[in-house]
Each structure stands twice: as C-alpha cells, then as structure tokens.
Design a protein around this ligand. Structure first.
Ligand code: PLP
Length: 375
C-alpha cells in the first residue's frame, strides 16, 4: 500500500509552535509529583487482571514515512474497558473511598471516564451515579449501566451534565469523581492523571533502550496529555519533542498555547472524536502543558474512518489493531506532518525518528466502530 503516493491526502487544519516552550522537569513534577505517579503504579499493578497493554511497532507505516520507528500504545487491551480511561477514574475512586464501603460516587462524562468510575465503584462495592448529556450514545450509557451504575440523562451538552452532577451530588452528599479540575477541586483530577501516567511507566519498560524522539498526545481537557508529560519527566532521560493533537472544532489547548493563557472555545460542531470534544483545558494539566508542549496540531474529522480501517486491516503494522475514533488522531497528524515538507523539517521528523503514538481506545462503542470502518 502506498499512503503518500498522491500527496496531501491527509489533512490537518492548523499547526503552531509554542513560543513559551521551556521544558522543566522539576516544575512539571510539582504539578503531579513523583510520589503521586509512583503510588498510582504501585496500586494499579496489584489490581485483578492488570497487565501492561501492548506497545505495537507500526513497521509498515514507518517504512512508508521514512521514519525509524513508530510505537503505538494499544489501549484497546486495557482491562475489559478497552480505554486508557480505565486507569484514571477507577484509581481516583479507590483513592477517595479510602476503604469506606458506604459512600456513593458520582461523575459527569462523555462515556469512557464514567465507565472507569462505574467499574472502579463496582470493584470496591460502592454505589455510583453517572450524569450524561443528550449527545452521549445509548450504547455508551448502557455500558455504564451494565457496570451497575445509575444513569441520569441531562438535556444539553457535557457542561450541563456536569452542572447537574454537582447540584445533585452536593444535595445528596455523593463524592464527585471528575477528571476536570476547577478552583478548589484539584485533588481528584490529579489522582485521575496519576492513574493515566501508568501508561508511561509501561512504555518506559517496553521501549527496550529505544529513545523516543517525538510523542504525539491527544487532548480533550488535557488530562491524558498532562499525565503523559509528567510521566516523561518522571521516567525518561531524553526529552522528546511533544506534540498535542485536537479536533479543529475543539482545539482548546492550541488556542491557549497561542495566547499563553487558558482560552475557552465555543464548540459549534461536535467532533466524531467525542472524548476530545472539550472546550476548555483543565487547570492541573494546563500548568504542565503550557511550557512543555513544542507544537499543537488540530484536525478535521475527514480522515478518521479511513485511518481506523487501515489500522484494523493491518495496513500499518503486522497485526490488526482495533482503534476507536479517539485513537487515530496521532496517526493522522503524523502522516499529515510528514506530507508537509515544511512541518516535517521544522519538527525534525526523519529517518532517525522514533515516534510514540497513544492508541487511546478500542471499539468502546462497537456499533459506531463497525459503522465507521465500513464507511
Ligand atoms: C476516549 C477518550 N476520551 C478522552 C480523551 C481526552 O483525554 P483528556 O480529556 O484527559 O484530555 C481521549 C484522548 O485524548 C480519549 O481517547
């Protein structure tokens, strides 16, 4: 298969470099400490059914793009939840419950975070209330109900579901387990990020002395990206070029990096990359991201289905990879960057590059997955 034969088949919308770039390990590890990162790994590795997810070599794609190696962290194999989110919400539930079996946890979610909270509550025998917006598919709601959570559907978007979650939780004394930080609500999102950072520990162990030169991180509210950057600061000796990728309809990190302060986006169109369709970067990750990201890229939805299909058909690697909508932006932005000579040169993507991509999820919504790969 020739991916680049006709050139410019893969599209990005915007590409910017961070004029405030200055990677400082100690500063990053003030936002998410070495102890918080290590505690999460020591706890999660003891969970029933834990094993590191695969780090797959996209050898066919790296050959095509003239790069040395492309590593793809395959989170479709993360517990039974098929998403890196399983590491975050469930770990935060464990931390806030402190062994107390008599509490109710609650959250507002676009899907995968809530699944992690519901699963974490089930693991520990806690009651769980999940608030979802009208845009969350019935399949995603059902998946959380199947884990024993009560689902409360709220009219409007994610923010409306969060407002309702805070209101009802305050009235009823439920413990909110949110992955987004706001003033005076920083600890739980930190636990969530500490849970995500387990991915970086596993990658560090799996790299087998290969040094990563570039890492592409998807962002919604930035929790995953911030956690992985903290993981880079904690585990890696060499600091790779760090790139954040987002949907062009919700590029809140990109817009904030442009001005150097948190910018709120008015989302006019919901991206297919639903988990990343967030209008505002969260406080804890922002403190990490603002000086440590080299570049930001935004993408239209155009190449998502095609990329999911190519991964699923083993066109990029020796094995088939089940990649959900939020899993492919790393691949798309890498190909689009390699197709654009100017960006390729600026990012120093060349035959010595070892690029790390995060395959955030598998077919977390099986119906949607089938529909997209058969398009
Ligand atoms: C399923 C899913 N949800 C959410 C996100 C975004 O994570 P965060 O909101 O922590 O930036 C991703 C990946 O970026 C994802 O794959």
């Amino acid at each position: 298969m020739t991916i680049l034969s006709n050139g410019h088949l893969w599209r990005y919308s915007e590409f910017i470099s961070n004029k405030n770039f200055s990677f400082r390990k100690e500063q990053i590890l003030k936002s998410l400490s070495k102890k918080e990162i290590d505690d999460a790994y020591l706890s999660i590795k003891k969970w029933n059914g834990y094993s590191p997810t695969p780090l797959i070599n996209l050898s066919k794609l790296s050959k095509e793009l003239n790069l040395n190696k492309i590593f793809y962290k395959d989170e479709s194999k993360r517990f039974s939840l098929k998403s890196f989110k399983a590491l975050g919400g469930a770990y935060a539930v464990e931390k806030i419950s402190k062994g107390n079996k008599d509490i109710t946890v609650s959250t507002a979610t676009a899907g995968n975070h809530g699944r992690s909270v519901a699963w974490g509550a089930k693991r520990l025998g806690l009651k769980c209330k999940i608030f979802i917006s009208e845009f969350v598919s019935d399949a995603r709601g059902q998946a959380m109900a199947n884990l024993g959570a009560e689902i409360i559907k709220v009219k409007g978007n994610y923010e409306n579901s969060l407002i309702e979650c805070i209101k009802q939780s305050t009235e009823n004394g439920w413990h909110i387990v949110q992955d987004v930080a706001w003033d005076n609500y920083l600890l739980v999102p930190k636990y969530t990020m500490a849970g995500y950072s387990v991915m970086m520990k596993e990658i560090f162990d799996q790299l087998d002395n290969n040094e990563i030169s570039h890492i592409i991180l998807q962002a919604g509210v930035g929790g995953m990206a911030g956690a992985m950057i903290a993981g880079v600061a904690r585990y890696l000796k060499n600091i790779p070029t760090i790139i954040v990728v987002e949907p062009d309809s919700a590029a809140c990190v990109l817009e904030s990096i442009k001005t150097g302060k948190i910018e709120k986006i008015d989302i006019k169109r919901e991206s297919l990359m639903g988990g990343m369709s967030c209008g505002e970067v969260s406080l804890v990750p922002w403190e990490i991201i603002k000086n440590s990201v080299n570049y930001c890229i935004s993408l239209p939805d155009d190449d998502i289905a095609k990329t999911m299909r190519l991964l699923g058909n083993a066109n990029f690697s020796d094995e088939k990879i089940i990649a959900g909508e939020n899993s492919v932006p790393g691949v798309i932005s890498l190909i689009a960057s390699c197709e654009d000579e100017k960006i390729k040169k600026e990012m120093k993507l060349n035959k010595d590059s070892n690029v790390l991509l995060i395959g955030c999820e598998g077919d977390t919504d099986e119906k949607m997955y089938k529909k997209l790969i058969n398009q």
